[in-house]
Design a protein around this ligand. Structure first.
Ligand SMILES: N[C@@H](CCC(=O)N[C@@H](CS)C(=O)NCC(=O)O)C(=O)O
Length: 247
């Protein structure tokens, strides 16, 4: 059985789960928050980041590396478009999402509002959060609006590019920010189409359930909506920042 380490709330974990769902591959999830990972977690994930993909002796890190492996190992249905040009475009959007959107949507957005206060008991800096919305987030939105299609998806059929970007938006929704459809109409319409795709709806259902569920209830709630959780085997009581952590 394939095991994924990392909470489905993480957009990087969600990308991997969505691809496995899309390709009909069975898996189970150890939904840890990376900061609570113990030494065994460090051994499996040298940067102390999630997701980690484990299949027997095969241990893979980094969502893009894992995504590429999944695409090669289970080629059908493909999460990438047909032509080399469109495939390159999809990979660029994935990269832009992981790096730039990761910085402004996740680290300065979602993590600043929810993770930092909850995990590290640090106060929420509302002014910095709002500045990021008006600068970094707005700049990302303008770029996405310039590349979003009038209809359909970001790089052809629904796939990796859409999954990557939509996963970032969900975290910002948890941080109580959603884009203004008057200012960014094409992105908002694309997001609505993407979130209506069954694969995206399923993984969002998982993260929505886990983000609000009390820890003791999580296993029962997850089972009800078709997410198989393993024991949380990597738990520390006190969170630890990775040397590489952006928090
Ligand atoms: N480039 C990595 C980024 C993964 C990542 O940053 N994951 C976050 C969770 S959303 C994490 O594990 N953070 C822990 C830390 O920064 O210490 C990937 O694509 O997998």
């Amino acid at each position: 059985m394939i095991r994924i380490i990392g909470s489905p709330v993480s957009p990087f974990v969600k990308k991997v789960l969505a691809l496995l769902v899309m390709k009909g591959v069975d898996f189970e999830v150890d939904p840890i928050t990376p900061f609570y990972g113990n030494d065994e977690f460090t051994r499996l994930s040298p940067l102390r980041r999630v997701p980690v993909f484990i299949d027997g002796d095969l241990v893979l890190n980094d969502s893009s590396v894992i995504a590429q492996y999944i695409e090669e190992r289970w080629a059908h249905p493909s999460a990438l478009p047909a032509t080399p040009e469109a495939r390159a475009k999809a990979r660029w959007i994935e990269e832009y999402s992981d790096s730039r959107m990761g910085e402004v949507f996740i680290w300065k957005g979602f993590a600043a509002k929810l993770v930092r206060p909850r995990v590290f008991k640090e106060p929420f800096d509302e002014a910095a959060f709002n500045t990021n919305i008006q600068t970094g987030v707005a700049e990302v939105m303008d770029y996405l609006e310039s590349v979003a299609p009038e209809d359909g998806f970001l790089a052809g059929p629904f796939g990796l590019a859409d999954i990557s970007v939509a996963s970032m938006f969900r975290c910002m929704r948890y941080a109580e920010w959603t884009p203004d459809p008057k200012r960014w109409p094409k992105v908002c319409a694309w997001l609505k189409r993407t979130e209506a795709e069954p694969v995206m709806a399923k993984v969002n259902e998982w993260s929505d359930a886990l983000i609000v569920a009390p820890i003791l209830e999580r296993r029962r709630i997850a089972a009800e909506i078709g997410l198989r959780l393993t024991e949380e085997t990597f738990g520390l009581k006190t969170p630890r920042r990775a040397a590489m952590s952006q928090l």
